[in-house]
Design a protein around this ligand. Structure first.
Ligand code: GUN
Length: 306
């Protein structure tokens, strides 16, 4: 039997609508939220993400600007910019797009962002608050996954949840959020022994390992909910043909763009075992930006005492 497909677009649209209403309320008070995005270097994927974030802000009425800095930007220059944005009372949110080009270290600069403007939820203060169960800013993707699970009516309390991946931006906060919802949580990673066996115990499996189609049918418990956070560019025609047999759309995309986006889950096989599953693209993706918009409004409300 084929799984129910969980698409994020409708949930993301509902969040955006809610946020747009909150922005209107703030604007009526002369407090339109303002987000400043920093992009260092010219990574095409980051450029595309940053463009989408700016557009989404515009659509809900949030003021936003992007600071495009060259890849050779020095540490002093970047920390100076973050310091100026921290000090500007009209700025509500600061987002430093990751990854930073070498030799800049993301952690060093995330630590400089004023926690009250940390709309990515990556400052140690916000990470600590999340892990203590009193979140203020939650990283956007895992927050979106929880919204998606809730909207699909997935019962988290007491369930076995497995998070595959231990990144600061997805895996670790995802585990904290699931734990806060009373799931029994296991975090796996590249060095986990017997990965398929551990994953196949999950009622809810969240794949965020950054490896195309790592999760196959034998990682999935029959009827499980599978959430695929992975976004991997696959250029190998043989791999695309194996992952999407008889799918002319994927072949056409590969021919046109030179790559196709593949999640961490082998969707074609896993959907035959899972009870519900997110596609890539179109699953979790739309929720990430919706989470950023929500965090920006939260920052504006808190900072402006609304
Ligand atoms: N790079 C990829 N995803 C993200 C994100 O959610 N936030 C930031 N700051 N950088 C990213």
């Amino acid at each position: 039997m084929s799984a129910r497909i969980l698409e994020g677009a409708a949930v993301a649209a509902a969040i955006r609508e809610r946020v747009a209403g909150q922005v209107r309320e703030l604007s009526a008070l002369g407090m339109t939220p303002r987000l400043e995005v920093i992009l260092v270097g010219d990574d095409p994927a980051s450029r595309s993400y940053v463009g989408s974030k700016g557009k989404a802000c515009q659509q809900v009425g949030i003021r936003s600007a992007t600071h495009f800095l060259p890849a050779e930007t020095g540490a002093d220059e970047l920390s100076g910019l973050i310091g100026r944005l921290n000090a500007d009372p009209d700025v509500d949110g600061i987002l430093l797009q990751l990854p930073l080009p070498k030799p800049l270290d993301g952690r060093t600069f995330l630590d400089l962002v004023d926690p009250s403007k940390d709309v990515d939820g990556l400052h140690p203060v916000n990470v600590g608050l999340l892990h203590q169960g009193r979140p203020v800013f939650v990283p956007c993707t895992p927050a979106g996954v929880i919204e998606l699970l809730d909207s699909a009516g997935v019962a988290l309390q007491g369930c076995r949840a497995v998070v595959l991946g231990r990144s600061e931006i997805v895996g670790k906060p995802m585990a904290a959020l699931l734990l806060a919802r009373h799931a029994t949580v296991t975090v796996c990673h590249s060095r986990t022994r017997g990965l398929a066996a551990v994953c196949s115990e999950a009622d809810v499996l969240v794949a965020a390992a950054g490896k195309a189609a790592l999760v196959t049918a034998d990682h999935v418990k029959p009827g499980a909910v599978v959430i695929d956070v992975g976004v991997n560019r696959v250029e190998d025609p043989a791999l695309v043909a194996r992952l999407y047999p008889g799918d002319p759309e994927r072949q056409a995309q590969l021919a046109k763009r030179g790559y196709t986006l593949v999640g961490d889950v082998d969707f074609t096989r896993a959907r035959e075992v899972a009870g519900a599953i997110t596609p890539v693209p179109g699953g979790v993706g739309p929720l990430t930006i919706a989470g950023l918009l929500q965090n920006t409004v939260t920052a504006a409300r808190r900072r402006r005492g609304v």
